[in-house]
Design a protein around this ligand. Structure first.
Ligand SMILES: Nc1ncnc2c1ncn2[C@@H]1O[C@H](COP(=O)(O)OP(=O)(O)OP(=O)(O)O)[C@@H](O)[C@H]1O
Length: 260
């Protein structure tokens, strides 16, 4: 089984603050993981490391077969799709959506190189496959938040990534836009040659069944990790949040959590 990533006793310290403590975690191909954690748990720090933007202070990190310190990080980045709100702020929002999607092929924010009609056609097709046909011809700046997230996912898929990172993709989406986006993500999970998915979320109900593994992160420490049905239980979530909670099961396989 091909390994997507491995954290081997990874810690991150900034100044006097220990942000991540002795993380041990392995993701294999055919696994889709969700990381759940409250604000400040260290989720973004973990994602930044996986994307090669931050290095462990101690421990060893391997991503897509490359061990940090011995691997070419810019090359690694071309194999990772990255969807986050931080990216939205950097985009050239006056560009038409097909060019935004195409830029994913070059792992660049805008497009500075020549491109062929077939590359542009591929970008448009990926957006259509993601359900974004009606967005063609529009500028990114005029899109709703849900439509923007769709474009960002299409952009990430343009590079045919081996790993697709979704950092709180449902932020700012209404109830229906959120379901629409999540169902698109679930479809990616069923594609041939699909990337491994890694979702960061605050909400358990966003973890569709395709997220077959879950990691619970609290104050920089892994509290529990493993198969969805072992981790997404009322008991383990109650331990994790350290507060009384109530859970509601939706569609037999999705779990919503509320404070009691
Ligand atoms: N460069 C830094 N220097 C000092 N502290 C930092 C630095 N980067 C992050 N932190 C701290 O580390 C902790 C974890 O931050 P991180 O952004 O990874 O959390 P998070 O789980 O993504 O939170 P959120 O859900 O709010 O986005 C926070 O307390 C944050 O203030």
């Amino acid at each position: 089984m091909e390994r997507i990533l491995r954290f081997d006793d990874v810690s991150v310290t900034r100044g006097k603050k220990k942000i991540l403590h002795h993380i041990n975690w392995q993701v294999n191909q055919n696994e889709n993981w969700a990381i759940l954690g409250l604000n400040g748990a260290g989720k973004t720090t973990m994602l930044k490391m996986i994307h090669g933007d931050l290095w462990p202070t101690t421990g060893q990190l391997e991503v897509l077969g490359g061990v940090f310190g011995h691997t070419n990080i810019p090359e690694l980045k071309t194999k990772i799709g990255w969807v986050s709100n931080a990216l939205q702020d950097q985009l050239h929002t006056g560009d038409p959506v097909d060019l935004i999607v195409l830029s994913g092929k070059f792992a660049s924010i805008g497009i500075y190189q020549e491109f062929s009609q077939s590359e542009l056609d591929e970008a448009r097709q990926i957006l259509i496959d993601m359900g974004g046909q009606k967005l063609l011809g529009k500028k990114y700046a005029v899109l709703s938040q849900g439509e923007r997230q769709l474009v960002l996912i299409a952009r990430a898929m343009m590079a045919h990534p081996k790993l697709l990172i979704l950092d709180e993709p449902c932020n700012g989406l209404d109830l229906f836009a959120r379901e629409e986006l999540l169902s698109r993500v679930a479809r990616i999970a069923e594609m041939p040659n699909r990337p491994a998915l890694l979702l960061v979320s605050h909400y358990t109900e966003e973890l569709l069944p395709c997220f077959n593994h879950v990691l619970l992160l609290r104050s920089g420490q892994v509290i529990k990790k493993g198969a969805r049905k072992q981790v997404l239980t009322a008991d383990s979530l109650s331990d994790f949040y350290e507060k009384p909670i109530q859970t509601v099961t939706i569609d037999g396989n999705r779990l919503a959590v509320y404070p009691k």
